[in-house]
Design a binder for this molecule. Structure first.
Ligand code: DC
Length: 237
């Protein structure tokens, strides 16, 4: 499957939307849970954080600051962002590890506060989410992108547990990081994501809250699968 941001058009198909929205703060395990759940129930997965990261990365490379400006308008107009399967392609090049660097995390959060950036990504997210049964994870999926999703999950965990997880993830990539600094960065990103004016991170009124602090990954996937099977017509048995 290949989707390009340049020709993104949401469909107006009124068929039952087979989207599972997973929102929650940084490091709660949305990526691992979405991957595992997608495999378990045969859905595709859209990591919307990676789209914001791609814009952050493109802006860092171009030296564009995180504020509305002519430079940002031009960057967004020229942006060649697409998906090959689940891989993000930026200007024809696959981006994977480059999207996970700490400075790109910060840039993603900074650029995600800007209306022009959010508007740019909205249609692309809707088009992909409607193209196939899909798990979409991010910050505003259940509140803004797919407010009609038949299942919304708000995945959270304590800041300590999230920092531990992020540290282990970085270690796997060969990056040594300090616990307190990692925790502080996560808390700062939470504050910025929760307090921005547009589409802030928040739990939708009709979301199911899953607290992963004391649960293993398998247990969280199991809990989410149960929720998915509990929605009539959502998952093919
Ligand atoms: O999920 P993540 O850590 O990869 O997301 C990176 C940043 O992108 C996050 O700090 C906020 C932003 N983001 C957003 O504003 N809305 C989304 N739906 C997904 C991510």
């Amino acid at each position: 499957m290949s989707h390009s941001i340049t020709n993104a058009k949401p469909s107006h198909d009124q068929a039952f939307l087979r989207v599972i929205a997973i929102d929650g703060p940084a490091g709660a395990g949305k990526s691992s849970v979405s991957k595992g759940l997608a495999k378990a129930i045969g859905f595709i997965r859209l990591d919307t954080g990676a789209l914001y990261r791609a814009i952050g990365l493109a802006a860092l490379r171009a030296g564009v600051e995180a504020k509305e400006s002519e430079g940002l308008t031009q960057l967004l107009a020229r942006l060649d962002l697409s998906l090959q399967g689940e891989t993000i392609m930026l200007n024809g090049q696959a981006e994977t590890d480059s999207l996970r660097a700490p400075e790109v995390s910060r840039a993603a959060s900074d650029f995600a506060t800007l209306p022009s950036v959010r508007a740019k990504l909205l249609d692309l997210q809707r088009m992909i989410g409607q193209s196939a049964p899909c798990i979409v994870d991010g910050r505003d999926i259940g509140t803004v992108v797919f407010p009609n999703a038949p299942l919304k999950i708000y995945l959270t965990a304590s800041a300590d547990a999230r920092a531990e997880r992020r540290l282990a993830e970085l270690k796997q990539q060969g990056v040594e990081a300090d616990f307190q600094q990692t925790r502080a960065e996560i808390v700062l990103r939470d504050q910025q994501d929760q307090n921005r004016e547009i589409a802030p991170l928040k739990c939708a009124d009709d979301a199911q809250v899953v607290d992963a602090t004391e649960l293993s990954l398998i247990e969280v996937i199991e809990a989410c699968s149960q929720l998915a099977f509990g929605v009539s017509g959502l998952v093919n048995r």
